[in-house]
Design a protein around this ligand. Structure first.
Ligand code: CAA
Ligand code: FAD
Length: 379
């Protein structure tokens, strides 16, 4: 497989890096402490085309490939994973789902403003009783003729309060199991929607995570995505690509922490020499670099397969489980390389360590990725 990056890829990578350093780095510690959503930064990202990167320009997107998306996600995540999760949800769950399976009318009405970054979207699958076991949907979308009547609760929803458009997964025919589930486009300001308090989280504290309650919410039938009963397949197909985004987020968190560890190890002196000259530290850095490179190659492989319209479910799950476990390990070691300084906020690595943990949980836990991989390799 050819991993040669084009001039355009390098340009996008640089644009994302410049944005992260100039717009995200200032204030990242404060936003984390205050759990502050990066509203201004997300607006600017949208104006630069980073919220609809892979969407066809005729729908307001940047028309780029998935490799460009991986590169941009890595650069943004090196500095601020609270911003990159919003970017990931909007690009790979919301825009991709709408562009791939939406009607022309749905694309004109919802995809265009989402791809231009004028508004953001959210993806509502998880429930208090249905996380990994995603077919056990309790939220109902009762068929009332020309509309669905929605009741139930979704939780852990990224962009839950700030999004204008929700892609909601709900059960219509309980007797049909996964084939009775529908995907609906719901406008956040619809009567009957109540947004819960923002979750107070370990990491990605700036990101906007909420429960969403639906009480007799009417959703027009024309807002259903795909055929009746397509909702679960819609969610699974969408998540297959989403997992490439989260894998790239994990890659960025790991490489951000690694770069800081290398820099620090060359500055800090102990026992008369730079700590980078102690073999124990060199070995840590060597292992970090190796695991990060392997994560990057897995992310790029999954992205290339998606761009070539091959099945990327397996490679996306492999990238996600490997990169997220790498991120947790690398960030923990980066704190260790920094000694006591790594334990305080000014040096950034403790935040990256806290941010890394979520990449092993959302968009399918590491255990779920192993289920997907296991089924794929065993047939
Ligand atoms: N593509 C197409 N169809 C798929 C599919 C895929 N990738 N994966 C499953 N399906 C289909 C199956 O073929 C099956 O259809 P048929 O009955 O017609 O064969 C149907 O979906 C049900 O599949 P399974 O029997 O495999 O379902 P399962 O109950 O065993 O669950 C699972 C499988 C992989 C564990 C799945 O439930 C899963 O992925 N769970 C994790 C949920 C998740 O990732 N949530 C993330 C929420 S979004 C989020 O987290 C965003 C964020 O943080 C930022
Ligand atoms: P559970 O499914 O209850 O799992 C608990 C533990 O059991 C895990 O370790 C899991 O791996 C393990 N487990 C479960 N089943 C199995 C099995 N069959 N075999 C082996 N181990 C198993 N969801 C959305 O829909 N949209 C969002 O935007 C979104 N954003 C999120 C943001 C944050 C910050 C968080 C924390 C979560 C978000 N989620 C979102 C939800 C996330 O996808 C779920 O938390 C995740 O899928 C796990 O579900 P759960 O929390 O119910 O854990």
């Amino acid at each position: 497989m050819d991993f040669q990056l084009t001039e355009e890829h390098l340009m996008i990578q640089k644009a994302a890096r410049d944005f992260a350093v100039s717009e995200l780095l200032p204030g990242v510690i404060e936003r984390d402490e205050k759990q502050q959503y990066p509203a201004e930064q997300i607006k600017k990202l949208g104006e630069l085309g980073f919220l609809g990167m892979m969407v066809d320009p005729k729908y307001g997107g940047a028309g780029l490939d998935t490799v460009s998306y991986v590169l941009a996600m890595e650069e943004i995540s090196k500095i601020d994973a609270s911003t990159s999760v919003c970017m990931s949800v909007n690009n790979s769950l919301v825009c991709w789902g709408l562009e791939t399976f939406g009607t022309e009318e749905q694309k004109q009405q919802y995809l265009v403003p989402l791809a231009k970054g004028e508004i953001t979207g959210a993806f509502l699958l998880s429930e208090p009783e249905a996380g990994s076991d995603a077919t056990s949907q309790r939220t109902t979308a009762e068929d009332k003729g020309d509309y669905y009547l929605v009741n139930g609760t979704k939780n852990w929803i990224t962009n839950g309060n700030t999004a204008s458009v929700y892609l909601l997964i709900a059960q219509t025919h309980a007797d049909k199991g996964s084939k009775g589930i529908n995907a609906l486009i719901v406008e956040k300001n619809s009567p009957g929607i109540v947004v819960g308090a923002k979750e107070n989280k370990l990491g990605i504290r700036g990101s906007d995570t909420h429960s969403i309650m639906f009480q007799d919410v009417k959703v027009p039938k024309k807002n259903r995505i795909g055929e009746d009963g397509f909702g679960f397949k819609f969610a699974m197909k969408t998540l297959a690509g989403g997992r490439i985004g989260i894998a790239s987020q994990a890659l960025g968190i790991a490489s951000g922490a690694y770069e800081l560890a290398v820099k620090y190890a060359k500055q800090r002196k102990a026992f008369g020499k730079e700590i980078s000259q102690h073999q124990a530290i060199q070995f840590k850095l060597a292992d970090m670099a190796t695991r990060i490179e392997a994560s990057r190659l897995l992310c790029l492989k999954a992205a290339r397969e998606k761009d070539q319209h091959l099945d990327y479910t397996l490679s996306g799950s492999m990238a996600k489980v490997f990169a997220s476990e790498t991120a947790m390990w690398v960030t923990t070691e980066a704190v260790q390389v920094h000694g006591g300084y790594g334990y305080v906020k000014e040096y950034h690595v403790e935040r990256l360590m806290r941010d890394a943990k979520i990449t092993q949980i959302y968009e399918g836990t590491s255990e779920v990725q192993r289920i997907v991989i296991g089924r794929a390799i065993l047939g």
